[in-house]
Design a protein around this ligand. Structure first.
Ligand code: SAH
Ligand code: SF4
Length: 348
């Protein structure tokens, strides 16, 4: 929702001061999808708002739900006709995590990622980013309207910036969106319920440490070898492993908080014993061993060029890391069935 436009509209209509807060609460905290539902507003104002100001900045063209009820994906059409995707995942009962996109497409060109193949079309506005959260909040509310469980059990609890796009290449809008998510008068999420994932744009890592030290940071590392990382992730040519290490050191100095290192398991490419040793060596070189946690994710097939490592190999890789004193878990991929898993978002 465009808060500035709403405010201007209310002033123009000579509405009392408290109206704005009243509407913001109804939309951001109660998840009202229509002005008509906000019955505490005068009827004519509801009608006018309904006509003049859409609550969401996009329309959902398609919603796909996984059979197990643990994930859903929506294809959204923005005002300029471009498309993005957003995903809702329930990793455990009563936890609903929204995965937001930050760009239409992505300029980073990682070879294993479906979004990367699209290139960048444009940045999303802060409004378009937070509206993805609003969209799922409304969807959950409708879905569980008649359920015996109360709404509080079926509300968005977490937000991950892990959809389409590189958040740190759209920092102005991403930081604005974080402010809206955290603002007690708007969504009111705790910073620690929010995670931002970057492919390793070091400039952004420092900005986030300074501006949002309590928001979780995840880094898509995937390779602990510069030559390989550059081959699969062009970002590494500018921000290589050494500059990433410096950025992480600075991040720890400022926040002293845990960072998640994402590592996709690609058969025959980054899953050998040697790769595990390199990864452990790299993590040790950053020093704050206890603050780094590795998430191993088996590659979700997006092209014929690459294959995921086997389950056994992934398990073995994890055990090797543990033996070398590195904390690691294998992340279960939710959303595969709906092509809503990591790296599968391509806006179609
Ligand atoms: N652009 C940011 C945010 C997207 S997060 C980033 O790259 O961090 C999406 C996560 O899924 C990233 O860790 C990304 O590297 C990973 N990913 C991309 N393609 C994948 C694939 N095919 N299989 C598994 N993970 C993938
Ligand atoms: Fe962009 Fe992230 Fe995909 Fe790389 S993995 S292309 S940074 S969305």
């Amino acid at each position: 929702m465009n808060i500035e436009k709403l405010e201007a509209f209310l002033i123009q209509k000579d509405q009392p001061k408290f109206r704005l807060g009243q509407i913001l609460r109804a939309v951001y905290q109660e998840g009202m999808a229509e002005f008509a539902e906000i019955t505490s507003l005068p009827k004519n104002l509801r009608d006018e708002l309904n006509e003049k100001l859409p609550i969401l900045s996009f329309v959902a063209e398609k919603i796909l739900e996984a059979k197990n009820g643990q994930s859903a994906k929506a294809l959204l059409k923005l005002a300029d006709g471009s498309h993005i995707e957003t995903v809702l995942i329930s990793p455990k009962p009563e936890m609903w995590s929204v995965c937001v996109s930050t760009q239409v497409g992505c300029p980073m060109g990682c070879r294993f990622c479906a979004t990367g193949k699209l290139g960048l079309k444009r940045n999303l506005t802060a409004e378009e980013i937070v509206d993805q959260v609003l969209f799922w909040k409304q969807w959950l509310k409708k879905k569980f309207r008649n359920s015996e469980l109360e709404i509080r059990n079926h509300d968005v609890s977490n937000i991950v910036y892990m959809g389409m796009g590189e958040p740190f290449l759209n920092w102005d809008n991403v930081s604005e969106s974080l402010k809206i998510l955290i603002d007690k008068n708007l969504f009111g999420f705790g910073s620690r319920a929010i995670s931002v994932s970057t492919s390793g744009v070091t400039e952004g890592i420092e900005k986030m440490a300074r501006e949002f030290p309590q928001v979780n940071l995840a880094i898509s590392l995937h390779f602990a070898d510069d030559a390989k990382r550059s081959e699969f992730m062009p970002v590494n040519k500018k921000d290589n492993l050494e500059s990433l290490r410096q950025a992480l050191k600075k991040y720890f100095q400022i926040t002293n908080r845990q960072v998640f290192l994402e590592y996709i398991m690609l058969a025959g490419i980054n899953d050998s014993a040697e790769d595990a040793r390199k990864l452990a060596g790299y993590i040790r070189s950053i020093e704050k061993l206890q603050l780094l946690h590795v998430n191993l994710i088996r590659y979700n097939v997006t092209s014929d060029e690459l294959q995921p490592s086997s389950r056994e190999k992934t398990e073995h890789f994890k055990n090797m890391l543990s033996e070398m004193g590195i904390s690691a878990t294998i992340r279960k991929s939710l959303g595969e069935e709906i092509q809503g898993a990591c790296g599968q978002l391509a806006g179609k």
